[in-house]
Design a protein around this ligand. Structure first.
Ligand code: PHE
Ligand code: NA
Length: 452
């Protein structure tokens, strides 16, 4: 029998879970990754496919992932082991937990490097570095940062230490309050940026770029990227949401909770896009700029708007904070497992993971400069880690979660854990998780490798 409460603690309220899960979901994925990937893939049609993936795959898989976590009440590896035993199916399903731990380690390594960019921009803005910047100057500033391994190393190290400190103390201390204040503030800042984009940017063209679909431009690979972005942005498929679910009280409604988290995350991504594309097009930059998109674009806006020095500084503080709460959740499944099964203290477990991810992060940051000639599948180390985790490992994890919840657990255990009042809604979720999500993930995979 799985324990009735997690040894790592329990959220005090359903709101605490929502805040933590939203803290996990809202991060670089929304503000850095979504605009640049959407921009590289032509906008409109990509965004529509992404939204379709959120609704038809992301939401049902999130409900399943929280459900597994709450039923298992342990780290994802042990949760999957004990649920498999309970349901009388192969212990091989614990691989969901194992894949998640590896995926989390890989994501943490490059996530920390990119979060370091955000940290560095706090000080660039604070020092007045955005004032009077033109598009060329902004690009030079970003490229200059990437060209400096020392600077990247310093910020990567600082960020990893920040993550380690919180994870070592246990996720629940202090995080809830910080999220309650800072997340809405980040959202307000994004609205300010949209306001600026309406007044100063090319809003009509930006809106059209983001929302008018042109499906003739959409490649099979772009569909894979849209699905990968849906998983990445919702923190799905690696156990982060599962472990947060394991701290959730047994009487909280999982579907409603998941709905709030998915809604908040999607809103932030869309608003980020509405802020960025009009400014990009207004400044004569290309939406396909790549990973530097927001770091090149936003400083132009901050450099020009009244109070931009303060706005810019606060914005990058909030972005770093959002990245921080996400990174904490990325580390949590591995740390919880090391504590539960290997018997390490939280501090020791966190130290081991942080040092390992920091080390791999070195390769990621060197791939931006001195190692830029080394590629794997035509990608530098950072891009490769990002591609592998977001587009392959997370959807694979999500596929296995959907199949386990939909086909390996009995309908009885699933409906007991979810305790949904409406049989019709339960039926809809069950259909999505058994058929739509797994089949869609499989088809996108097969199409991307040109097997169909
Ligand atoms: N969802 C986070 C973001 O959008 C990233 C993340 C991925 C967090 C996977 C946890 C697990 O930035
Ligand atoms: Na996100």
């Amino acid at each position: 029998m799985p324990p009735t409460a997690s040894i790592h603690g329990q959220w005090t309220t359903r709101l605490a879970f929502i805040l933590a899960a939203t803290g996990s979901a809202v991060g670089l994925g929304n503000i850095w990754r979504f605009p640049y990937i959407a921009g590289e893939n032509g906008g409109g049609a990509f965004v529509l496919v992404y939204l379709g993936c959120i609704l038809l795959i992301g939401l049902p898989v999130m409900i399943a992932e929280i459900m597994l976590g709450r039923r298992g009440r342990q780290s994802p590896i042990n949760t999957m082991t004990s649920l498999s035993r309970e349901e009388g199916v192969s212990a091989g399903w614990s691989s969901i937990g194992w894949i998640g731990v590896v995926t989390g380690f890989l994501i943490l390594s490059f996530y920390s490097v990119v979060a370091g960019w955000a940290l560095s921009y706090i000080f660039k803005s604070g020092a007045g570095g955005f004032v009077g910047l033109d598009a060329g100057g902004s690009e030079a500033m970003f490229d200059g940062m990437l060209a400096s391994p020392e600077a990247l190393l310093a910020w990567h190290t600082i960020f990893m230490v920040m993550v380690g400190i919180v994870v070592a103390r246990g996720v629940q201390s202090g995080l809830e309050k910080a999220v309650t204040i800072l997340m809405p503030l980040l959202f307000v800042m994004l609205l300010v940026m949209v306001g600026y984009a309406v007044v100063q940017g090319n809003f009509a063209e930006g809106l059209a770029f983001m929302l008018a679909p042109d499906f003739s431009e959409l490649s099979a690979n772009a569909v894979l990227l849209a699905m990968g972005q849906a998983f990445f942005t919702l923190s799905l498929g690696m156990g982060a949401i599962m472990i947060y679910g394991s701290y959730l009280q047994s009487d909280a409604s999982i579907p409603r909770t998941a709905g709030v988290v998915v809604g908040a995350d999607t809103l932030v991504a869309i608003v980020a896009g509405l802020a960025i594309f009009p400014i990009v097009l207004g400044a004569g930059l290309s939406p396909g700029e790549g990973p530097g998109l927001i770091f090149v674009t936003l400083p132009l806006a901050f450099g020009e708007m009244p109070g931009g020095l303060i706005f810019g500084t606060v914005f990058f503080i909030l972005l770093s904070f959002a990245a921080w709460t996400s990174a904490i959740s990325i580390a949590e499944p591995a740390v919880a497992w090391l504590v539960e099964t290997v018997g390490m203290t939280r501090v020791a477990a966190t130290t081991v993971l942080a040092i390992a991810a920091w080390t791999l992060g070195l390769a990621a940051l060197l791939s931006l400069n001195v190692w830029s000639d080394y590629t794997l599948f035509d990608m530098g180390v950072l891009d490769f880690l990002d591609y592998l985790t977001a587009n392959i490992l997370l959807p694979l994890g999500g596929f296995l979660i959907a199949v386990f919840a939909g086909w390996r657990m009995t309908r009885g255990s699933v409906s007991a854990e979810l305790a949904m009042r409406s049989p019709a809604l339960f039926g809809l979720w069950y259909f999505l998780v058994r058929f739509v999500a797994p089949v869609a993930i499989l088809l996108v995979f097969l199409r991307a490798v040109e097997l169909i």
